[in-house]
Design a protein around this ligand. Structure first.
Ligand SMILES: NC(=O)c1ccc[n+]([C@@H]2O[C@H](COP(=O)([O-])OP(=O)(O)OC[C@H]3O[C@@H](n4cnc5c(N)ncnc54)[C@H](O)[C@@H]3O)[C@@H](O)[C@H]2O)c1
Length: 360
């Protein structure tokens, strides 16, 4: 066993999951947590019998006992909070989306380059049980060469619009929700060069005085013509999860096909020589969903902090890092431009250039 990493967490809404994960881990020690909302700090104190909290982020950054800061504040604050943490000499875990726009992308890459600290993005869906199995099968070559990836995230997320910050400029269903599907698609098609697609705003979203697309359909492709289709619906009724899982990733290749699903813990495969198989990981439900309802999914966070600790132990870059996450944001920016221009194909390279982002 490597060393134990000492963690500080800021933002105790979603940060609740990482608190739970760190407290259960043999590789992590939860040192301090932070939220501006004192009542929430007290709630977490009671929930986890963990009394080391502060309402001052600066105080937590000054805590020499902390090696790694995990950031779960609203999207619009990520850049500032990451910058402060890196400057304080901490490794950083930042929840998705890394940034709320590409505006700060070039500066963040520069910061990440200048520091010897890691910046790891908690892209949770990659770490869900069926998705982990799918990735393993993919890395073993069971799909052969991929022709098509199909990823979607469809959920009735209207509850999310109750949050104050979701009504501020910068919020979009794409940035906040669809990123899970885009990231999964890009994981399998990392060299995507061009996207095209459409978006639609239903009356259900307009009721909240927000003008963002809540239904979106996009196609991504690389130079070779391999494709990924990404779909999202966020303010409309949904079917039962067994009929239509909220997140799914389907890989279709020359030797086989697989589909990993969230949150029903199902995984389906048909690889050459194996025939059709289906797996259900329901015995892991309590590990993934530790709190009431399914909105928090701490098991994924457990998986990704264990992975991050392993990377730190072995001096390996934990992925997605800033570069990968900014590339995903550039894909989403290209999607946005495409949808605003009637589905015009948009090159990722042009978006990167527009924001002066250079990957070295
Ligand atoms: N699957 C996932 O990985 C996943 C799921 C949900 C949310 N998220 C992300 O987690 C982040 C937080 O989402 P949420 O739903 O918990 O939002 P939230 O609004 O419920 O919680 C954010 C918390 O941050 C605190 N905060 C704000 N500014 C602060 C500051 N300067 N110092 C200390 N605390 C501060 C607020 O008081 C609040 O409690 C968002 O970026 C969201 O996209 C990720």
């Amino acid at each position: 066993m490597g060393k134990k990493y000492r963690l500080g967490v800021v933002g105790l809404g979603e940060g609740r999951s990482i608190m739970s994960a760190a407290l259960r881990s043999e590789k992590w020690q939860l040192v301090q947590v932070c939220d501006l909302n004192e009542q929430l700090c007290r709630e977490r104190e009671e929930e986890f019998s963990f009394a080391h909290w502060t309402t001052s982020y600066e105080a937590m950054l000054n805590n020499k006992e902390i090696d790694v800061i995990a950031i779960y504040t609203p999207d619009q604050l990520h850049f500032t909070h990451i910058k402060q943490a890196l400057e304080a000499g901490k490794h950083v875990i930042c929840t998705k989306p890394l940034l709320d726009s590409l505006q700060d992308g070039a500066q963040l890459l520069q910061l990440a380059k200048q520091t010897d600290r890691q910046l790891f993005v908690g892209q949770s869906s990659r770490f869900f049980e069926p998705m982990l199995h799918q990735r393993r099968d993919f890395e073993q070559g069971k799909h052969g060469e991929l022709s098509v990836v199909e990823a979607h995230y469809k959920t009735d997320g209207r509850w999310f619009l109750q949050k104050d910050w979701s009504k501020q400029t910068g919020f979009s269903w794409m940035q906040n929700f669809m990123i899970h599907a885009v990231d999964l698609a890009k994981w399998y098609l990392p060299d995507v060069t061009e996207v095209t697609g459409y978006g639609f705003t239903s009356d259900n979203t307009k009721q909240y005085d927000i003008d963002v697309w809540d239904s979106m359909r996009f196609l991504m492709r690389n130079e070779r013509g391999q494709m990924a289709q990404v779909a999202g619906d966020y303010a409309l009724p949904t079917l039962d999860l067994t009929v239509e899982p909220s997140i799914a990733c389907l890989l279709r290749g020359t030797k086989g096909i697989s589909r990993a699903e969230y949150s029903n813990l199902d995984y389906y495969t048909k690889f050459s020589g194996e025939g059709k198989k289906s797996y259900n990981f329901d015995e892991r439900r309590d590990y993934y969903f530790r709190f009431e309802g399914n909105s928090h999914h701490a098991g994924e966070y457990q998986n990704y902090i264990e992975y991050f600790a392993e990377c730190l132990d072995n001096n390996q870059t934990a992925l997605p890092d800033a570069r990968e996450a900014i590339h995903t944001l550039a894909i989403m920016e290209a999607m946005t431009i495409s949808a605003k221009h009637g589905g015009q194909p948009i090159k990722i390279a042009d978006v990167l250039q527009q924001y002066h982002i250079v990957f070295e």
